[in-house]
Design a protein around this ligand. Structure first.
Ligand SMILES: C[S@@+](CC[C@H](N)C(=O)[O-])C[C@H]1O[C@@H](n2cnc3c(N)ncnc32)[C@H](O)[C@@H]1O
Length: 273
């Protein structure tokens, strides 16, 4: 078997990580993922564009944080490394990747072999304590210095009973002022019928989705100060100028994205109630 195919991997169902990899043009996916991805495209022709635009948001978020002096990143639900991985954008920075999917972790481990500034943790991002206390995290990140926490299209895979709000509160509390949190998340209130269809389809995969309202997604930032344009359709983060909203209407309404900064006075834990 190739290094990126872990032994005993369950190929009976597609995984979000591998479908996303397929949409981004990566090669770490299987027939079951490609077949599902193509069927999803028939139902939602903008699905591939959603992946690409979301990836652009990740790049923008990392660039903004680097410009503001962030030199270390915690990338939750980092996915299968295709192109534009955080350690490639943020050269000279330290990065901890976190994912719960076997192929994502195996491939990340493979490409990071020999690296002393990036590592991967195989964990559930909702179990913040496990992630923060993992030996790789403790070794790589200094929580006395600003940290860029990335949570791009990951917490909508976390069900209510795993309390994504409490997990994000824990991450916000763990980082010092000057740190940043970037979130993109499927929204339930933009196109409710369409998101319902997507949720039904994702039940065939290993990753059920749990879209949330814009108000709930905003709450995930606690009292972090939001960067312009605030919590907005992910397409708004594509360029310095506002994008033509009509072109990206579906994507914009389906994925909301924002970047927050922890201020000196921020408690980090408010807004989670
Ligand atoms: C759509 S991909 C996003 C990858 C990357 N964050 C990005 O935005 O480009 C979602 C990733 O989240 C991972 N994931 C889903 N639920 C997770 C969880 N509870 N803990 C850690 N990773 C998770 C999936 O395995 C997948 O790799």
């Amino acid at each position: 078997m190739s290094d990126w195919i872990p032994d005993g991997i369950d190929l009976s169902k597609p995984s979000a990580a591998r479908v996303y990899d397929y949409y981004l043009g990566g090669g770490h996916n299987f027939e079951v993922d490609r077949e599902f991805a193509e069927r999803a495209l028939l139902a939602h022709p903008f699905a591939r564009e959603m992946a690409v635009i979301n990836r652009t948001f990740v790049r923008r978020a990392v660039q903004l944080m680097v410009e503001r002096g962030v030199r270390q990143f915690l990338d939750l639900g980092s996915g299968i490394p295709t192109v534009g991985n955080v350690h490639e954008i943020a050269r000279d920075c330290r990065v901890v990747y976190v994912d719960c999917e076997e192929v994502a972790v195996a491939h990340t481990r493979m490409i990071l072999r020999g690296s002393d500034r990036a590592t991967v943790v195989h964990a559930d991002a909702a179990r913040a304590e496990d992630v923060l206390s993992a030996p790789e995290t403790v070794r790589m990140l200094d929580f006395d210095e600003p940290v860029g926490v990335l949570a791009a299209t990951v917490f909508h895979y976390v069900p209510e009973h795993h309390d994504p709000f409490a997990a994000l509160e824990r991450y916000r509390d763990a980082v010092p002022p000057g740190s940043y949190l970037a979130i993109s998340h499927l929204a339930s209130d933009g196109l409710p019928a369409m998101i319902e269809q997507m949720a039904t389809m994702m039940k065939e995969s290993r990753n059920n989705i749990h879209p949330r309202t814009c108000a709930e997604i905003a709450r995930m930032f606690g009292d972090f100060e939001m960067e312009q344009p605030g919590l907005a359709g992910v397409a708004n983060w594509q360029s310095e100028r506002p994008v033509d909203a009509t072109q990206h209407l579906d994507v914009g309404l389906l994925i909301q994205a924002g970047i927050g900064r922890k201020c000196a006075a921020a408690r980090g834990s408010s807004g989670t109630g």
